[in-house]
Write a protein that binds this ligand. Structure first.
Ligand code: ZN
Length: 306
């Protein structure tokens, strides 16, 4: 029983329209689901991914309009790393991301989104299938290929080792990192020393990282995490996938989410993300929530019109 790399990464935005413009418009991901936060249905939950909405490529945002600016600290993910095909692709992104770029090294480009969330593009060293979205301004060979992994801050990474290796079956890798590698896909997890001062959850910070489990193994994962002494939630049906949540010993909020049923459950693959999707348990709220949600551009129409 192995986790199949990163399922999704969820972060916080204070400005959904600008978020759509950046992740779908500039970064070239596809807005695959426009729905609400199931724990607070008055705000958006936006999902960007590859063309099919595959786990492994899926970055999601809760919108809290006007949320304070956050800052990553101990027990929080600080960087999301994506795979890219080549140095040529890095050249393309360095130019396209322009003033969002923080630094460029061999094989790696670091940039921040408009709210300060940190990302890296790394030349892929893997045979995992690339997970890419179509975008009129981004040739397929240069596009983002899904997650390589995430890095978090920890005050004491040693205390997570046993849990990561024994309970979650992550394999140690060089540079103080681990890999969750399943049959189809892998994803990296690593730590950096925490900065001075506590982290602040808010705009531009990661809320949690989810690891991917085959549907039939999900319950066994929950039992395994519980047996290790972690406080784990019951299995929560998110409609597009099932989830359990817990904190790993360094304090980072982890989720284990199922591969499937997926985003094409309630709309066709061609029209993913165009309208507000509400799972059946939330559909009765549509007339109340639709008027209060910030109107969003359709990124595909915007791109076509440029
Ligand atoms: Zn999640």
């Amino acid at each position: 029983m192995r986790l199949e790399g990163v399922h999704h990464v969820t972060a916080i935005t204070a400005d959904a329209p600008r978020n759509v413009e950046f992740y779908a418009g500039l970064l070239g991901l596809r807005l695959v689901k426009k729905t609400v936060n199931q724990d607070d249905p008055t705000v958006y939950h936006l999902f960007y991914a590859d063309e099919q909405g595959d786990p492994g490529s899926d970055i999601t945002f809760f919108e809290y309009p006007g949320a304070r600016q956050g800052r990553a600290g101990a027990g929080m993910v600080h960087t999301v790393r994506w795979r890219i095909a080549s140095e040529d692709a890095l050249d393309f992104w360095q130019k396209r991301l322009d003033n969002h770029v923080v630094s460029r090294e061999a094989g790696r480009l670091t940039f921040v989104d408009p709210e300060g969330l940190r990302h890296e593009l790394a030349v892929a060293e893997t045979d995992d299938p690339p997970l890419i979205a179509d975008h009129p301004e981004v040739p397929a060979e240069l596009a983002l290929q899904g997650f390589d992994g995430v890095r978090a801050f920890s005050a004491d990474p040693g205390r997570s080792r046993e849990f990561l290796e024994q309970t979650l079956d992550f394999d140690p890798r060089e540079g103080g990192s681990w890999e969750a590698r399943g049959e189809k896909r892998g994803g990296l997890y690593g730590y950096d020393p925490a900065p001075e001062g506590a982290g602040i959850g808010g705009a531009g910070t990661v809320h949690h990282v989810a690891w991917a489990s085959p549907m039939e193994e999900h319950e066994a994962w929950r039992e395994r995490v519980a047996a290790a002494g972690a406080q784990v939630t019951p299995i929560i049906d998110r409609f597009y996938f099932k989830s359990v949540y817990f904190r790993e010993p360094s304090g980072v909020l982890f989720e284990i989410a199922t591969i499937g049923p997926g985003f094409a459950t309630d709309e066709s693959l061609e029209h993913l993300g165009e309208r507000l999707s509400l799972p059946p348990a939330f559909e009765h709220l549509r007339s109340q929530v639709e008027p209060i949600l910030t109107p969003l551009p359709n990124p595909r129409e915007t791109a076509a019109a440029r």
